[in-house]
Design a protein around this ligand. Sequence first.
Ligand code: FES
Length: 211
Amino acid sequence: MSQSNQELSFPSPTESIEPERRTWLIACGAAGGVAAAATAVPILSSMAPSEKARSAGAPVEVDIGDLAPGAIKTVEWRGKPVWIVRRTPEMLASLEKVESQLADPKSDRTAFPVPQYAKNRHRSIKPEVLVTVGICTHLGCSPVSKFETGNQPGLGADWAGGYFCPCHGSNFDHAGRVYANKPAPDNLEVPRHMYLSDTRLVIGRDEKGEA
Ligand code: FES
């Protein structure tokens, strides 16, 4: 990372969230089975009005030190909800099992290009940490997390856990890969991201400086 965090002072998380954008934060928080609080802060030295506008596209830094296995944290980046999930070994094991049921298991489709470091089965840098945009690729609803396995309304008896978009019934696995023959045409977007340390994650910029 080219900018030194020590040179910056961060506003509180609440300062970074416009009131009208709280709707999806509340919805996503309610949807998560084990949801953690959002604690994203823009990488800016202050938040005067003109700088606030610029921050809409700025990377955000997130502390994931408190993210327990099986928990999901939602932060805002470019006005979109980004989910950060610490997957359990069982969640990771499900990824291979469901692959034959997926529309694009290798993330080859290009509508939402996957960064090279996430073009793998778990679609992430670290296998246990998923970072994905929580917006359905069909018509833009926010899916809900359905981490519990087995039969549930709208899901089959062999449901292996993942995400469900109740708007038109699209299902996604624990890597955000869409099941075949569903309305959503693509996997969930993986934003560019990188780690500053084991517990500090940046969303919206990667080690090559690409956003
Ligand atoms: S918006 Fe998700 S299935 Fe239609």
